[in-house]
Design a protein around this ligand. Structure first.
Ligand code: GLN
Length: 473
């Protein structure tokens, strides 16, 4: 079976009888089995996927199939899918089955996508290497001693290793883009509010957004088109009309692109990552675009803002996991208080506990203004400064991450070093705007390098059209 990178090719090969959808599903199921050691899937929906393939194959033949017919997709284990388990890769949701589907998931199914399983991630999407999962680390398929990135590590590796065509992840501070960069696939973080968060297990609600990981820009476009749009179940979902992303074009347009000087000059950027972006800048200039350095003197504020605000939001969002209504309950508990205390102590992993404690601290009386309020103010400043750049430039480029995928275990004892892996990605979540990581070559050890482009809010159409042209003009 061909290694498909575009849904369109799958669809045309099914129509011309070159392959059938049941065969394609068998192919992915076999790959999943062969690559079990990567630990990308927490559960495979084998029977569901097989029977959906038969039905959708028929619909394709009758010309009645939806836009995503032929797409076999995996879901990060923080997206609810009715009747299926979901755990956020945490022990605390042990045994929990979703009683409804996320809006994005419903929209996938309505267009005939096949959901093949749920994918490993950092616990409650907190992490940058997938080492925080209660179900083990995900291995990078380019080098099994290296991390996949996180928190959507299972998604990135599943797409990288051709275990499915695409995956839906979530991005609170880089969790779609950073693993996409580490694994050599596309990872899109749409504008905050573009996609409903209904059915996405909340980490930090003013940052969280669902995003696709794909092997092509075309598939990111079609997925975004299907899952975006207003939703009465999420008051923060935007009612702005959804563009026909797959039809957008910027070809022939000469664009203005800024790159943030500090992201290249900063200590700690791997030399090959630096030369990689410098080469891309030259390439864009050779294509007639204007690419200019800008200074963004708030780079060192991004990680503190991100961790102050997201931990505050997480401490509130995660209060519901108390061993009372669902999920894990400690067998050592004997009354109301010990049920909550012991279930949470035994159910959450160390990183989640660290963040709940940090978040509780920054929200506590006496510290609230010094930390939480201040971080909100600085968040606004970052938004303003970013908007200023966007008033003069179409896109902002930077490396997706300072380094390529690092060794498993290398940063796991040093939370600060791990947090710095997100320094370039958290910017878009703090500002709320759109961003994408595209695969852009490899380093000396053949590890993928990601390149990030940020666009103003709701400018996904041009962003996607632009990156599609990048390199091919
Ligand atoms: N790595 C970041 C963190 O640990 C981002 C996570 C995310 O985007 N969900 O919080």
């Amino acid at each position: 079976m061909e290694r498909y990178t575009h849904l369109q090719n799958i669809q045309s090969d099914i129509i011309s009888d070159k392959i059938s959808l049941p065969q394609l599903v068998e192919y992915y199921l076999k790959n999943i089995e062969d690559k079990k050691h990567l630990n990308a899937f927490l559960e495979v929906f084998t029977e569901d996927a097989k029977s959906a393939a038969i039905g959708i194959q028929q619909k394709i033949k009758e010309g009645k199939a939806g836009k995503l017919a032929g797409m076999v997709i995996g879901l990060k284990d923080n997206l609810c899918y009715k009747g299926h388990k979901v755990s956020a890769s945490s022990k605390i949701l042990e045994g929990f089955t979703s009683i409804y589907s996320a809006t994005a998931v419903e929209r996938l199914l309505a267009e005939d996508a096949i959901i093949i399983g749920r994918l490993n991630c950092d616990e409650f999407a907190m992490g940058a290497s997938n080492e925080n999962s209660a179900f083990g680390t995900v291995l990078n398929d380019a080098d099994n001693t290296k991390v996949s990135g996180g928190s959507s590590g299972g998604c990135a590796v599943a797409v990288q290793a051709d275990l499915c065509l695409a995956a839906l992840g979530s991005d609170t501070g880089g969790s779609v883009r950073q693993p996409a960069g580490f694994c050599g696939v596309y990872g899109l973080k749409p504008t905050y509010g573009r996609i409903s968060r209904w059915g996405l297990i909340a980490y930090a609600s003013s940052f969280d957004i669902i995003g696709p990981l794909t092997k092509s820009v075309d598939d990111a476009q079609i997925l975004l088109e299907v899952i975006s749009g207003a939703d009465e179940y999420d008051a923060t979902s935007s009612d702005k009309s959804v563009d026909a992303y797959s039809q957008a074009s910027v070809s022939g347009q000469k664009l203005k692109i800024a790159y943030i000087k500090e992201t290249i000059e900063m200590n700690g950027v791997q030399p090959e990552v630096k030369t990689n972006i410098e080469k891309s800048i030259q390439q864009l200039r050779a294509q007639g675009h204007t690419v200019e350095p800008v200074s963004f003197d708030m780079l060192d504020k991004l990680i503190p803002i991100y961790y102050t605000l997201t931990t505050a939001e997480a401490s509130s969002n995660l209060a519901r996991f108390a061993g009372m209504h669902y999920g894990f309950r400690s067998s050592n508990a004997h009354d109301f208080e010990s049920t909550i205390r012991k279930s949470r102590s035994e159910g959450f992993g160390p990183e989640v506990k660290r963040r709940i404690m940090l978040g509780t601290f920054v929200l506590s009386a006496g510290y609230y203004d010094a930390y939480y309020t201040k971080a909100q103010k600085v968040r606004n400043l970052v938004k303003q400064k970013t908007d200023e750049i966007f008033s003069q430039y179409d896109f902002i480029m930077s490396p997706t991450s300072p380094t390529t995928a690092f060794k498993i275990g290398e940063k796991s004892d040093d939370p600060l070093a791990m947090y710095l892996a997100d320094i370039f990605t958290v910017h878009a979540n703090i500002a709320g705007c759109a961003a994408i990581s595209i695969p852009n070559g490899v380093d000396n050890n053949k590890m993928p390098i990601g390149l990030q482009f940020m666009a103003k809010s709701f400018d996904e159409s041009r962003l996607l059209a632009f990156v599609k042209n990048f390199g091919s003009e």
